[in-house]
Write a protein that binds this ligand. Structure first.
Ligand code: SF4
Length: 359
């Protein structure tokens, strides 16, 4: 009984606050469909709202429906994702669009268990699609919701730990109401994004203040627990930036899985000594001069990559288009500026092109 009362009180206060202060102008809140909610949820993983908005709008212009996304090439999807990072999200988006078209007749299943079988859709994303776009009672637990619940109930521990996640999922489920579930889902995300923020929670304006345990302890920012810090290892790589007489650049498509899977990048070697041999083997050309540009560090979640760019000029026409082909799709080749801008590129490749004024 106490639990039911708590649930009603939590959801009611949150919904009352949302009716006055909730966000309603985000692009994915207009013309809500499972497809739009899904794309926005995937883009918002590990990415700020302000960054996502232009990507979302551009994506929707190009792929207004799941069928159009399914019909696109992976290259085009990755190209629209360039700069957002975590490219497995884009590859999974594309795979899931194809599964929805082929296995579900183009309609998102109205069942969170089935949604969770699709690539890239976890429990929280399935909950968001079901609750926001279908009105089905299903909890979510994204970063904002974890923070609100961990503070409101003083849940110790880092949410990446199974035991902590289990407690938070229990609370997320406990508080999710039967009615107005779409508004509730949006409301708890909004509270985390606008008031119960990571470093400066605005408790004085918060509708949950009277029952918030972290507020009572005067310690909101102690929750949720921090991820244990570890020193990231440093790896290094040499990028060969080969340019021909027509100012085209040589790019290679990376293998489908692994770092920057499916994206177009500069060839990667271990050291400068390998450049001449690579140039002979791949381009059938000699190298006159190698210019080493200032190195650049790119940090992944699990390591730093120190990139040494080596610029070489090759006296070879772009007539020799492709070094290798797999299933008729070119896997490497000389590319003009126009061709490059239509490809999916890792962020450090874009940075190098800008810094070195390559295109
Ligand atoms: S009272 Fe403060 S810590 Fe508690 S939920 Fe509200 S903003 Fe977060």
């Amino acid at each position: 009984m106490a639990i039911l009362k708590e649930q009603a009180s939590f959801a009611d206060r949150l919904l009352g606050w949302f009716d006055v202060w909730g966000r309603r102008d985000l692009p994915w809140q207009k013309g809500i469909t499972p497809y739009r909610v899904w794309v926005s949820e995937i883009m918002l993983q590990q990415t700020q709202v302000a960054t996502v908005i232009p990507y979302f709008e551009h994506f929707m212009q190009r792929f207004p429906s799941v069928a159009e996304l399914a019909g696109a090439s992976e290259d085009e999807v990755l190209n629209l994702w360039t700069g957002l990072g975590y490219y497995s999200r884009a590859r999974n988006l594309h795979k899931t669009a194809r599964r929805i078209v082929h296995d579900f007749a183009g309609e998102f299943p109205r069942d969170t268990a089935l949604l969770e079988t699709l690539p890239g859709i976890g429990r929280s994303t399935a909950g968001a699609i079901a609750s926001i776009a279908m009105g089905i009672r299903a909890p979510i637990l994204d970063g904002n919701v974890k923070r609100v619940l961990a503070r409101h109930h003083c849940v110790d521990g880092w949410p990446g730990k199974t035991a902590t996640a289990k407690k938070l999922w229990f609370l997320a489920d406990l508080h999710t109401p039967e009615i107005r579930v779409a508004d509730y889902t949006q409301a708890i995300m909004d509270l985390g994004a606008t008031l119960c923020t990571r470093s400066r929670p605005d408790c004085d304006r918060c509708p949950m203040q009277t029952s918030c345990e972290a507020y009572a302890l005067n310690s909101p920012t102690s929750f949720p627990g921090k991820k244990p810090k570890k020193v990231l290892p440093v790896k290094s790589a040499l990028f060969v930036i080969a340019r021909n007489a027509e100012n085209a650049l040589w790019l290679e498509k990376r293998p489908p899985s692994g770092i920057w899977g499916g994206l177009w990048s500069f060839p990667e070697l271990q050291s400068e000594d390998q450049i001449a041999e690579w140039c002979q083997r791949t381009l059938n050309a000699d190298v006159d001069c190698i210019e080493l540009a200032p190195p650049l560090r790119h940090t992944f979640s699990h390591f730093h990559l120190d990139i040494q760019p080596a610029i070489i000029t090759v006296c070879q026409s772009s007539q020799r288009q492709h070094a290798t082909q797999v299933n008729d799709a070119p896997q490497a080749g000389w590319m003009s500026k126009t061709a490059i801008t239509q490809k999916g590129l890792p962020a450090p490749v874009v940075r190098l092109m800008n810094v070195l004024a390559l295109v």
